[in-house]
Design a protein around this ligand. Structure first.
Ligand code: CAP
Ligand code: MG
Length: 423
């Protein structure tokens, strides 16, 4: 059998490096690591009469780090194992068969460090953080948005009217929910026409830039047709559910993209990210999404309704918004040079309401998009007041005031704090 362990090896700049957590099944961690390295590259369960020394020399990965105590290993893969610009193939290699091997009980891909050749073969974000701030004319404060609620059920016209109320109340962005596409009661094209018309009207009325994020999630050809329709009607964004559309679908949308901002919703990610002993880290999913080229991606809130600690969420924000990531052993984060790949905007959403804005900004800073669905449309005085309360909570933080202080002469915020509290 080929030997893959070489603890003296140090990854070269041409290597793609993965850190895995593994729980072996009745064998040593070394044996398990051998199985993982082989099955994710050129090997299989037995020796091969067709294997040649030059194949092994050129394409054999090296297990160069094994931490028996923590169960973490690192594998350096020669970049020629991967097709440039093809994310499905990269993941079929390092996040494919290996999950099902009997040699392991658990396997989690903690992080991938991509070499320059692979980084350069993907488009990265078209606009990035600065491009979105320039488009929305919001220099410093967090952008704020909402999700039309109920998630589905409104007609196209009702959707547009609800969105209008949110825009005039003060939020910058209104998005479709992750499970809204084109329904019998809410046709996509009709929703786009009405909602973009309301967006323009709200822009004129408020004098502020407003944006609508329509969900184009669908089979790839239909998705592109829908994105074309949004572009034709003057939209600024498209939204895609990246997990259910898949990496190929995301790459197809990014390759089509004509300077619309791409908002990545991660519905379904927790099927693979939530169990910290098995699956793929959300950090890895966010990195892949930035590399392919989303302009914004949901990363969690730490303070809202979804799973994800403050440290994890903050690590993801740094990974997608910074240019150079240093290795962080405690978080199983590998070094990553992003070269000229634009930063992706971190989106914090899920169970948020105005009473949480200060805590959220304390954890994640101002360079985020804050989205509140129930935290706006659940406001006792309706959508306009709900939107005012969201915006007031951000204005309070930017003015260095506590929410309670600011609420004294902002009744909409005060009503939100009375209903949901400020913790
Ligand atoms: C939030 C949301 C988003 C979640 C997704 C929802 O609504 O629209 O999809 O934020 O979670 O449907 O739950 P609320 P994550 O503001 O009413 O919670 O951002 O963690 O991917
Ligand atoms: Mg949603």
């Amino acid at each position: 059998m080929l030997e893959y362990i070489d603890l003296k090896y140090r990854p070269g700049s041409e290597d793609l490096v993965c850190e895995f957590f593994i729980e072996p099944s009745g064998i040593s961690i070394e044996k398990a690591a051998e199985h993982i390295a082989g099955e994710s590259s050129i090997g299989t369960w037995t020796d091969l009469s067709t294997m040649k020394p030059q194949i092994a020399k050129k394409l054999k990965p090296k297990v160069y780090y094994i931490d028996k105590r923590s169960g973490n290993i690192k594998i350096a893969y020669p970049q020629d194992l991967f097709e440039e610009g093809n994310m499905p193939q990269v993941l079929s290699s390092i996040a494919g068969n290996i999950y099902g091997m009997k040699a392991i009980n658990k396997l989690r891909l903690q992080d991938i460090s991509f070499p320059k050749s692979i980084i350069r073969s993907f488009k990265g974000p078209a606009l990035g953080v600065q491009g979105i701030r320039d488009m929305m004319k919001v220099k410093k404060r967090p952008l704020c948005g909402t999700i039309v609620k109920p998630k589905v059920g409104l007609s196209a016209k009702e959707h547009a009217q609800v969105a209008y109320k949110a825009w005039v109340g003060g939020v910058d962005i209104v998005k479709d929910d992750e499970n809204l596409s084109s329904m019998k009661f809410n046709d996509f094209d009709e929703r786009i026409r009405h909602t973009l018309e309301m967006c323009d009207r709200a822009q004129e009325q408020t004098g502020e830039k407003k944006a609508y994020m329509p969900n184009v999630t669908a089979e790839a050809t239909k998705m592109i047709n829908r994105a074309e329709y949004v572009k034709k009607h003057g939209g600024k964004y498209v939204m895609i559910d990246i997990i259910t559309c898949g990496w190929s679908g995301l790459q197809t949308l990014r390759n089509w993209n004509k300077n619309l901002a791409i908002h990545a919703h991660r519905a379904g990610h927790a099927a693979v990210t939530r169990d910290h002993s098995h699956g793929i880290s959300m950090l890895t999913i966010a990195k892949i999404s930035r590399l392919i080229g989303v302009d914004q991606i949901h990363i969690g809130t730490a303070v809202g309704k979804m799973d994800g600690t403050a440290r994890e969420v903050h690590d993801i924000e740094l990974e997608i918004e910074d240019r150079l990531i240093h290795e962080k052993k405690s978080s199983h984060i590998l070094e990553q040079k992003w070269y000229d790949v634009k930063p992706t905007f971190a989106v914090s959403s899920g169970g948020l309401h105005p009473g949480l804005t200060d805590k959220l900004v304390r954890i994640l800073g101002n360079n985020i998009v804050i989205q509140m669905g129930g935290g706006l449309f659940g406001h006792p005085d309706g959508p306009v007041a709900g939107s005012q309360a969201v915006r007031q909570s951000i204005d309070a933080v930017m003015a260095g005031k506590t929410l309670k202080q600011y609420a004294r002469n902002h009744p909409e915020l005060s009503a939100a704090l009375r209903l949901w509290g400020d913790r």
